[in-house]
Design a protein around this ligand. Structure first.
Ligand code: URA
Ligand code: CA
Length: 433
């Protein structure tokens, strides 16, 4: 087999066989196939697309390029959730205890990562004492006994994806449905869960700028998952403005605690219920999404979800008192208001730009080496569709330095006030496969 023939075949719009896809992924991972041939094939895929069978084969070739995680020692149906990336997305912190409160095993592997705020692990580490450096055996034991645990990502998962994603980033081939879908699904499949729930974002803060594109990506991922034996569902949700009010690590822990008690921001609660319902349904604990949602509301009402969060914190060495006394979380030295300069209605809060403003305060990492400050971040006081009077605060900046002029400038530039505006729909669609 020759790589040049595979490239030419895809260039001409023909279907690649499983063996050809396997040859490419294996050869590229071990260095036999050079970057220029891999980027040429990625561009051919970008223009000629792949059918469902090719997409599934590409995904499994990437899964098999490295280690995979075996969760078979954990009892029950393990359901994982993945979001295609948002700003102030606190859903994992809420969903993990919420779903575990219904006796569904949540075996979460998470990273720190780059971005506007830290990853799930950084956020949890805002809780004094909380740690994720536990052994695999401890992790399995905790999930079997308590239905919930979080461990840091380890092992060499999907090396083919790491290499190919970095190459796509510099060759204009990121924005391709078959390539994005296989990239995301390979990582989720290698992580070992039985079922997968996807939150596909659309809007300014997302890869997919329109609902139609997001739906196409969601359908592609759901099809891959189901065709390789992992039950998969998706929610298409809005990311034109940040989710909830909090953007920052400790601030988001606080928001998650509120949400677990049914006192959180309406949009965050709505999304957690939509995603959580799919998780409960796929775990076999409800026969419809409606029944699943009712069960989730019940554990929010009766306090079981909040108790599960306390139990989870205690098990991993954290101070569970933060749940009843959130003031024990790290707090920034300064709270600085950003007042509106005119009367009107909030028309836009551009998610990615506001996220970048939070990162500039230190809430997230710009590079792997950056330090992160768990106390700092932004609290939105208004969302799209809210009326505002001149002088009223749009955002409260939580900072550990007095000088925040650049952050204020970014916030002012990316929050627009107009005469009329309506709140965007949050959940656009669900894809059930
Ligand atoms: N996220 C991924 O993990 N892969 C892509 O290709 C795009 C977004
Ligand atoms: Ca939030």
């Amino acid at each position: 087999m020759r790589m040049v023939d595979i490239i030419a075949k895809k260039r001409d719009g023909k279907e690649l066989t499983a063996e050809e896809i396997q040859f490419f992924i294996q050869g590229y991972t071990n260095g036999d196939i050079p970057d220029y041939q891999a980027s040429s094939l990625a561009m051919a895929i970008f223009f000629q697309d792949m059918n469902d069978r090719e997409r599934a084969d590409l995904t499994m070739a990437m899964v098999n390029s490295g280690e995979t995680i075996d969760l078979s020692a954990i009892d029950g149906i393990k359901v994982d959730k993945h979001s295609t990336g948002g700003v102030g997305d606190t859903t994992t912190l809420v969903l993990a205890p919420l779903v575990a409160a219904l006796d569904i095993p949540v075996a979460k592997m998470s990273g720190r990562g780059l971005g506007h705020t830290g990853g799930t692990i950084d956020k949890l580490e805002a809780i004094e004492g909380f740690h994720v450096e536990i052994s695999k055996e401890e992790f399995v034991k905790l999930v079997n006994e308590h239905k919930i645990a979080v461990i840091g990502q380890s092992g060499n998962l999907t090396p083919a994806d790491k290499k190919l994603y970095a190459l796509r980033d510099v060759t204009g081939t990121v924005n391709s449905i078959p390539l994005i879908a296989s990239s995301i699904m390979s990582k989720k499949i290698a992580a070992g869960s039985d079922a997968i729930v996807l939150d596909v974002k659309t809007g300014a803060g997302a890869f997919m700028k329109t609902v139609e594109e997001a739906k196409e990506l969601a359908k592609a991922m759901v099809s891959i998952g189901n065709s390789v034996g992992r039950k998969t569902m998706a929610v298409i949700s809005d990311m034109s403005q940040p989710l909830g009010y909090a953007i920052g690590n400790a601030l988001e822990v606080r928001e998650a605690i509120d949400t677990l008690q049914g006192k959180g921001p309406a949009d965050l609660e709505e999304l957690c219920l939509a995603l959580g319902s799919q998780m409960v349904y796929l775990a076999g604990k409800a026969t419809s999404l409606e029944e699943a949602e009712e069960k989730l509301r019940e554990v929010m009402r009766n306090g079981k979800a909040l108790d599960k969060f306390k139990e989870f914190i205690r098990n991993q060495g954290g101070n569970e008192q933060v749940v009843d006394r959130p003031e024990l979380l790290p707090q920034a030295a300064y709270q600085i208001q950003v007042p509106a300069e005119q009367d009107g209605v909030v028309a836009a809060i551009t998610a990615d730009e506001i996220g970048t403003a939070a990162m500039k305060l230190g809430a997230g990492r710009a590079t792997k080496e950056s330090d992160i400050d768990l106390a700092v971040g932004l609290m939105l006081n208004k969302k799209i569709g809210d009326t505002v009077r001149k002088g009223e605060s749009l955002v409260t900046i939580h900072a550990n330095r007095e000088e925040v002029d650049e952050v204020i400038r970014m916030i002012r530039e990316h929050i627009q006030i107009a005469d009329h505006a309506v709140a965007p729909q949050l959940v656009y669609d669900v894809v059930t496969g």
